[in-house]
Design a binder for this molecule. Sequence first.
Ligand code: 8X3
Length: 256
Amino acid sequence: MNLRDKIVFITGASAGIGAATALAFAAEGCRLLLAARRAGKLAEVALRACELGARAVHSIDLDVRDHRAVQTAIDDLPEEWAEIDILVNNAGLSRGLEKLYVGKLQDWEEMIDTNVKGLLYVTRAVVPGMIVRGRGHVINLGSTAGEMTYPNGAVYCATKAAERAINDGLRQDVLGTPVRVTSVDPGMVETDFSLVRFRGDAERAAKVYKGVKPLTGEDVAQAIVWAASRPEHVNIARILMTPVQQANSLLFSRSE
Ligand code: 8X3
């Protein structure tokens, strides 16, 4: 399927997998609706996307945790941006890595509000239009963490298990319409993910990737664009992808 001129809405587009996905769709000649909380970083991504061939870019300053703001952002889109073809539910984060019984409530709220409720709010705001227009593709970012829980990560893993259930549930609920639903589930990806998890502790974040060549945001973006560009009658339900040195959430082969 040719992606040229398709309107692609990406949440969490200011960095990491979201930014890489914006640039990958830009190279396909898409029109990009980019949403994130960090307007400055988003502007840099928008500029690069234009250089790479995006047909147009429209940026939205948005916190997906705010359901009113999400609905208003979609309702108020300029007419030429309203018909979203592809939604990439990418906004998400992890906070903390500690035993459940000493976990911080604030960390839990942030992860659940962003990874689960934010994904639901955006989906709820965008998918009705796709149903009416008779076309659309929702691509959700899952994780190996949603498939296998690891110690000290119960709540983050639970949010990604929820994403998996929501992805599967939505795919069943749009059955009978041309709308497609895909989950892209990466394992270890070198982004700000661990830096955010450890609230800026760079040394601790670097240890996560020690001895492993992780996936890059671009690797994941390529899988997303691949799923989006399958022929219209093909739905890719799920892509589970890891570095070669990772078998699952718990099993790694680290070089010295
Ligand atoms: C990211 C993968 O294993 O670092 O979703 O939680 S993991």
